[in-house]
Design a protein around this ligand. Structure first.
Ligand SMILES: Cc1cc2nc3c(=O)[nH]c(=O)nc-3n(C[C@H](O)[C@H](O)[C@H](O)COP(=O)(O)O)c2cc1C
Ligand SMILES: Nc1ncnc2c1ncn2[C@@H]1O[C@H](COP(=O)(O)OP(=O)(O)O)[C@@H](O)[C@H]1O
Length: 311
């Protein structure tokens, strides 16, 4: 897969089949559409192109929308990489871009830049300044500029929307097993390991504090989770707490993980941590001793879960 930082730097020897969308989650519904794209491209000797926008239009046009996405742009790239598309174009969505008329968008971006011979698009897709144009307009442009339009049916579009909503809701409720089932891959949190308050080691459970810098990333419900990551190429399991650490007088929300059978300085490392299952709510314990007992139980739960599911 070739990556392009915008349509202006797109290069391809062949003409293309293009689909346009956010593809947040890159879940089963998205994969069905992308499969269609890839198959259509190979059947017609064309290159397959996913055109996606970043920042998300709502992050630019409705700054206060508080949008929460399943994937950061980095995660989205990695997931799309696995689908077998030839090109991923991440076009910067700016105010200026949003002012393009439908004609300008189709002619300048899709036809002249992306060399579109075919466009696969949802039945309800709208585009151009103020989203005035629809799929019928796109078909007319197709006759003028020589490309074909393939419609994604209402049923398929709804399936995609329902899945994204279900995944976000499951994550907000802490049901990561369910979210992972819809996603068909584990939900991840990614970021750099930063210094915390240095309490973990005293508790006997050092915890790597994850700094998720993307403010639009959906963080699942506070609580304790079984997790898995890769450290220096090795698979490592652990347990993660998302919350404010009320027992030790914390206020800020933190994301921290204790990894099993590991003793290593992780500061400055970039980790992608997969959430596997939720164990319990975060609690304010009477004492640090009670917290330690709970963490020991969390470890026992995790060990059993890993044995049952990953042995
Ligand atoms: C598996 C796990 C479960 C935790 N559960 C709780 C909890 O229920 N309540 C709480 O106040 N803190 C909980 N914590 C966080 C601890 O309060 C502890 O302060 C933290 O791990 C150390 O913070 P530090 O990185 O700033 O040193 C948990 C941590 C882990 C790793
Ligand atoms: N098994 C482990 N799991 C998590 N972190 C570990 C582990 N072993 C060593 N560490 C290191 O210890 C640090 C956490 O120690 P801790 O006392 O909780 O300090 P901090 O408050 O800075 O997170 C981690 O960032 C990592 O560098």
């Amino acid at each position: 897969m070739k990556q392009h930082k915008g349509a202006n730097s797109f290069i391809s020897d062949r003409q293309t089949v293009v689909t346009i969308g956010t593809f947040d989650g890159v879940h089963a519904g998205h994969r069905t559409i992308i499969e269609r794209l890839v198959n259509s491209a190979s059947a017609n000797n064309l290159d397959s192109v996913v055109l996606t926008f970043f920042p998300h239009p709502r992050m630019v046009l409705q700054k206060e929308s508080g949008i929460e996405l399943i994937n950061t742009i980095e995660e989205r790239k990695q997931l799309l990489e696995q689908t077998g598309i030839d090109h991923l174009v991440i076009h910067p969505f700016t105010h200026n871009f949003s002012r393009l008329t439908a004609l300008e968008f189709v002619r300048d971006i899709l036809v002249n830049r992306l060399k579109a011979k075919k466009i696969i698009i949802g039945y309800d897709h709208r585009f151009g300044r103020n989203r005035t144009a629809d799929i019928n307009d796109l078909r007319k442009f197709g006759e003028e500029f020589g490309f074909e339009v393939e419609e994604i049916s209402q049923q398929d579009v709804e399936q995609v929307a329902v899945s994204s909503t279900k995944i976000r809701k499951a994550l907000q409720e802490g049901r990561v097993e369910r979210a992972n089932m819809y996603l068909q891959h584990p939900f991840t949190l990614s970021g750099e390991i930063v210094k915390g308050r240095g309490i973990g080691k005293d508790l006997g459970y050092p915890t790597a504090n994850l700094d998720v810098k993307e403010d639009y990333k959906l963080i699942p419900k506070n609580g304790v989770y079984v997790v898995q990551t890769r450290i220096n190429g090795n698979k490592v399991f652990g347990m993660m707490n998302i919350g404010t650490n009320p027992t030790v007088g914390g206020k800020e929300k933190t994301i921290e993980a204790h990894f099993f059978d590991l003793d290593e300085d992780l500061y400055g490392k970039y980790l992608q941590i997969e959430l596997l299952v939720r164990i319990r709510d975060e609690k304010k314990f009477e004492s640090v001793e009670d917290l330690k007992i709970a963490m020991k139980q969390d470890q026992a739960f995790s060990t059993q879960y890993i044995k049952d599911n990953y042995a």
